[in-house]
Design a protein around this ligand. Structure first.
Ligand code: URA
Length: 311
């Protein structure tokens, strides 16, 4: 059965933006698990009978969830009719939850610096962080087709820091965060708050583009987030806006639905943090723009900002 990978990826992104992750990791009997699909640019997928589970003593599960082996096996699509059915399919290994690193709240990663960087020194401090990152090869994203490291940009003294997930194709090409379609919408959101993009700081959980715009893997996010943490400690925003569930997950160290995280204040590196929908999600489901606007209004009330006049 050929699978339209693009459509599945869109659908999974949609669910992920709502904080629904489980189908990403766990195939249910008789359904497609799309996890493996997301990392591949072109695959042909087949539902086959479930691979046998490893012997129970070799599995240490951390949840009560019934053990389900992935049902999806894949082989690269070599073009219509080019797959030799006699060649055995690659069978994915089951992913055990105990082997997936847990996100750690940014507040637990390091104590807040005792001496804060002065406003006049922030640009230089950010430049030093960028230099330390260098031509980074600390995580697998360095070898996954990245062209440019997207460090983040904006006002080093910004009161608001927007944190997204990771660069997409446009960002990877330009080296700047949020310059594609989602970026246009983010610009509009910032404008509606009575601000310009130059007045805020924008960064991502990971600085290199995950292939196929998949969500960063925990090891990638955990490796990269030390630098975002340092950027946050330099900029010292009053408010952090977590754009979507990946940002919320790694900043707060919790894996919960967006609906349970939205609508209230959290804390992160001395700033107040609010969770809202990712602009890419809002492009897919514009009906939620009103909800996102409520989140931004919380930020505006906190910082005494007035909405831009319409027109
Ligand atoms: N999506 C993100 O999360 N970040 C970007 O920089 C662009 C799109």
């Amino acid at each position: 059965m050929a699978v339209d990978a693009e459509r599945i990826r869109d659908f999974v992104s949609y669910l992920r933006d709502l904080g629904i992750y489980e189908m990403y990791r766990h195939g249910e009997a008789g359904t497609l698990s799309v996890a493996e699909l997301l990392g591949e640019s072109a695959v042909t997928a087949q539902v086959v009978q479930a691979a046998p589970l490893p012997a129970p003593e070799t599995i240490r599960r951390v949840t009560e969830r019934p053990a389900v082996a992935p049902l999806l096996t894949m082989r690269p699509a070599a073009g219509a009719g080019m797959i030799d059915p006699r060649v055995p399919l690659m069978t994915a290994e089951p992913i055990l939850e105990s082997s997936i690193p847990k996100p750690i709240p940014f507040d637990d990663l390091a104590p807040l610096p005792e001496v804060r960087v002065a406003a006049k020194d922030k640009v230089a401090a950010l430049t030093l962080i960028r230099e330390r990152i260098g031509d980074c090869t600390r995580c697998p994203l360095a070898y996954a087709g990245r062209h440019t490291i997207v460090f983040g940009n904006g006002d080093a003294n910004a009161r608001i820091l927007f944190v997204g997930e990771g660069p997409g194709a446009d960002e990877d090409a330009s080296g700047l965060p949020f310059v594609g379609k989602a970026g246009q919408l983010l610009n509009n959101m910032i404008g509606a708050m009575g601000l310009t993009r130059e007045q805020v700081y924008i960064a991502n959980i990971v600085k290199c583009r995950p292939p196929g715009n998949r969500a960063p893997e925990p090891v990638e996010a955990n490796t990269c987030s030390q630098f975002l943490l340092e950027q946050m400690d330099v900029v010292q925003p009053k408010v952090v806006v977590a754009l979507g569930s990946t940002a919320a997950t790694y900043l707060l160290g919790v894996k919960q639905s967006l609906s349970s995280l939205r609508g209230r204040w959290h804390g992160c590196r001395g700033a107040k943090l609010v969770v809202t929908y990712h602009p890419a999600f809002l492009l897919r489901d514009p009906r939620q723009k009103g909800e996102a606007w409520k989140d931004l209004q919380m930020v505006m009330a906190e910082l005494g900002l007035k909405a831009a006049a319409k027109g």
